[in-house]
Design a protein around this ligand. Sequence first.
Ligand code: SF4
Ligand code: MG
Length: 334
Amino acid sequence: ATPVLELVDLVAGYRTRQGLFGRRREVRAVAGVNLAVHEGQTVCLVGESGCGKSTVARTVVGLLRPIAGEVRLDGRDVTGLARRDLKAVRRQVQLVFQDPYASLNPHMTVRELITEAWRIHPGLVPQDRWDAELADLLERVGLNAGHAARYPHQFSGGQRQRISIARALAVRPRVIVCDEAVSALDVSIQAQVLTLLRQLQDELGVAYLFITHDLGVVRHFADRVAVMHLGGIVESGDTEQVFLHAAHPYTQALLSAAPSVDDWRDDAPGGEIVLTGDVPSPLDPPAGCRFHTRCWKAQQRCRADEPALEIRDTAHPVACHFPAPLPLVEPPVR
Ligand code: SF4
Ligand code: MG
């Protein structure tokens, strides 16, 4: 089936200036990413801060225009669309941020926040249905119609995130991009919001591109995982498969350092892998493999040739010249 959301050789970034009179330089925070999200699926994009995850999120929802490559919705590239066509298409991909305080206007009631989406997209919900739809949405996210007249500051952090989710759902998206959407919440509240997201997925068939640095969350929430390092995906596959058989040294290091993950196959040098060496800057990425300055397996070849993520003939692609051996039986390609 055609993925509902697909990124094809996506390159994106921003311009920056070093010092007041410095030359403006282009930072390619996303340097050629390929990723597919299917209907009703949860794909987690995981990596350290600064790896380009949020730039992917901003590009996918249209806040940032890519430098090159495509963002496809149902197989159609939407990066070059004119503004008026874009609006209808963009409705299908909604973003939920880490901090609902920053994304919910504090001067608007819950009712205003949600019905605003219906004003922006007329025809979606007829006005005489607003109250019924609003009550239904609030129920779905574990709130109720009595909350509609309140303002964001009258809610807890977890409830505010439920409001953000309700607002995203209000326009009936196919995909919700969650950028560290539960990272600011206490662990027990995190679990509640994740359970809610799962339940909404079962009910509505919405897909998630879930961006996080938390491997514990990935382990329990993702169908597929893509590991991002310095602008590129270095390994991706079925969550189970990647956690049990991580093949890229960077994935292995991340897993070995995650306190909440203990079931990965440990074929790296004993115990926790502690990365040494310089963390390279996206302004000036190393030649060859972008991980070579920190990789304990790096060889001469790694400093010269950039390993490609071969996505075609495998369900578990790895961008490394010397990956850990994978099990012989691969799951079928989806
Ligand atoms: Fe390490 Fe070389 Fe693989 Fe890069 S290509 S991850 S440097 S072994
Ligand atoms: Mg980020």
